[in-house]
Design a protein around this ligand. Sequence first.
Ligand SMILES: Nc1ncnc2c1ncn2[C@@H]1O[C@H](COP(=O)(O)OP(=O)(O)O)[C@@H](O)[C@H]1O
Ligand SMILES: O=C(O)[C@@H](O)C(=O)COP(=O)(O)O
Length: 433
Amino acid sequence: MMTEIGCIADDYTGGTDVAAGLRRAGLRVALVFGVPTSGQALPPCDAVVVAMKFRTTSVEKASEDVSAAYDWLTSQGVRRFYYKYCSTFDSTTEGNIGPITDLLLQLTGMRTSVISPSSPVHGRTVYQGHLFVGDRLLSESPLRHHPLTPMTDPDLVRVLARQTAGPVGLVSWAVVDAGPPTVREAFDLLARSGVRHVVTDAISVDDLRTVVSATQDCSLLTGGAGLAEAWAELVRDQRDIGTGTPDGDASAGPRAARDDHSTPVETVSAAATLLLAGSCSAATLAQVSEAKTAFPSHRLNPVRTPDPAQMLREARAWLQAQPSGRPRLIYASATAAEREAAVAAMGPRTAEHLEHVLGALAVDAAAMGTRRFVVAGGETSGAVVSALGIQHVLVEDELEAGVPWCTTEGPRPLRLLLKSGNFGSRRLLVDAA
Ligand SMILES: Nc1ncnc2c1ncn2[C@@H]1O[C@H](COP(=O)(O)OP(=O)(O)O)[C@@H](O)[C@H]1O
Ligand SMILES: O=C(O)[C@@H](O)C(=O)COP(=O)(O)O
């Protein structure tokens, strides 16, 4: 079996999101967490996602990790590469979207990149190079208060130009709307004039299909889950893989994906779900407040307990005191004002300490028999999955768009739901538990 697309995702929930998109297109998807080791085997699949944690690391560390993932994917025979970053372009002035795209251009031998975070299924669209979250500009959305990557500029050409020395251009919606040949011409023209990165408008799934159709010879595309799904549909139709139907019947893909892998020996119990929330996104705050009314909950509060070791001891004691078989919630999620107070009390490494505490609690819970983990937040999911030592999972049904259940292999599988901070309805955590 040929693995058609290799995705490199900059965080773990970005990885589950793009894996869900590829699976919706009918591909069988393997999801690998962390930098793969050179000898690591790839389960049979049409597409593989390597989910890493380099959205907010230094450019040097991110480049090292991405180079290693690229080498591993190449050694597995992958020839098409997708760099998945956040549909809200979460990044800082230093990077990492610009520098990593530069690196991947160099590795794949491509001259120009397509930059397309648009993900209409999640309400993210790009028009005249400006990113919208629903009906708001990115800079007017809750993302402007993100604890690690506050997004205060909606103009992606400008944002990217701050991260890379390579000239940045735009293919606007009018061009995309004119169809693939016009888009191809526009890309060629920009490439000939020395542009290295092409921000590409897209306000609908059809626009994304136009973009992949215009760039189908590229060995590298970059963006959100939306463009990856469109690419997967094209690849599926060209290669007749999976059981996805030409009209894009989403129900066919997931079943094909499941049946290709061995069935877990033991059914994972629905009892004793542990909900861990580290995301401070507006969607997560609403989900946490809903879950608090449904389940016993414990808050990690740096203002009350500034010592991380003490915080872990208290949370452990709380966890151990909970009756078995009932879902429970542990959360650090806080408003912008509360986070400011938290950092004043616990110091500049507060976010890292909280991630560590949540990861350590997941390990405790697993040792106590918990087998279902629901985690809110990309960085938080990275910390929890790493702490649990999970290397890869099978991607299964989505609970909500972009939020699939994942199952580890082996006789005592764990079930994981890794939720992007911004995703999901108010009831998502309650429904997941
Ligand atoms: N009370 C808090 N004070 C400061 N930082 C916090 C608090 N609660 C959570 N954090 C940190 O905020 C970050 C949220 O990032 P992440 O998990 O990626 O969520 P999202 O998916 O919403 O971006 C994590 O590093 C987390 O540890
Ligand atoms: O593209 C997206 O919006 C998501 O897949 C994603 O990457 C979100 O990141 P987090 O909010 O950090 O979970």
